[in-house]
Design a protein around this ligand. Sequence first.
Ligand SMILES: [Zn+2]
Length: 375
Amino acid sequence: MQFSEVLGHSEIIGTLRNMVDSNRVPHAILFTEREGYGALHIALATISYMFCQQKNNGDSCGVCNQCSKTGKLVHPDLHFTFPINTSTLVGKDKRAEIEEFYPLWRALVKENPWFGEQELYRAIGIENKFGNISVNEANSIMRKLALSSFEGGIKVMLIMFPERMNQEAANKLLKSLEEPQPDTYYFLVSHNPSKIITTVLSRCRIVEVPPIGHETLAGALGKAFSLNEEEALFWAGCSGGSYGKAAGLIAGINEENENHTLFIKLLELGIAKDHVAMFEIWESLAARGKEAQKSFCTDSLEILRKIYMISLGLDSISYTHNRERKILQALSGKIKADFFEKGYNYLNQATDAIERNVNPKFIFCDLCNRIYYNI
Ligand SMILES: [Zn+2]
């Protein structure tokens, strides 16, 4: 991964390049972003630039021995940590090392470096569980970084989603973050920095990665998906500057979004006062895995936002595709004006409750009842 391959973000790249060139790279850098802005790209391009032995024009060469290894994510001095859940390793050692997941991790980064947390879990086969960075992983990080560098240069640890590190694991790492070993660097990439343990946060240089510029994103989408200018600008607008989100939306355009369909159905049943049919839907939601339950809430918020925008006459900025527009327009005329704010709160409360492991039957029964009585 080279700087020239990163979409947008030239200012941040300039700063990072200068840090490497002047040998002032902070010992721990935390990149924060909303999913799909390209933080992992930036981190990997910076790491490649640090390792490259034939830098030219302010970028890694992409072809030297070092670049070849960093490009394939197989450099022996470049380590990765990300949330895993070893309870899914049927018949294997439950204390399995993170390396077991490396082949799947490499394939994911290569195929879709814009991935979010759920996409990671899907890729490593723990879809319906939460991953975490446990003390076992923290110990493994310490062991790896205690070794001398294999190639005689720097050592780098990239931690994806450090917000999933628990207190015990963080305590292990703190000493290393506080008293850095020479030529050892931590790169962290977070989509939810407010959940990172504060003692870890305070030891990192924070780089906030902003959304990708509208025109830059539209240009890239147009090329990648053979879209005309109008379509490309539409999807860039829908995604709020996230390539990952835009690509997901475009890929999903030909498929019905099951969550959208289900939430629309739920609203229609609420309006029709069909409690029995709503009962069936909440039971099916309660039987899903946690991540699938959370994505139902997130997708539902998106639909609610669109109906709200349409009800205000703001169709053009609701970024609703023609396929859904008519259905949502019909709904917007039937929903009480004060329901939008309530519905927004219900869905956010449901998401919090899922995170807190509340019984999903209570969560979805409650959600459906609230829709039934307030829509
Ligand atoms: Zn190189």
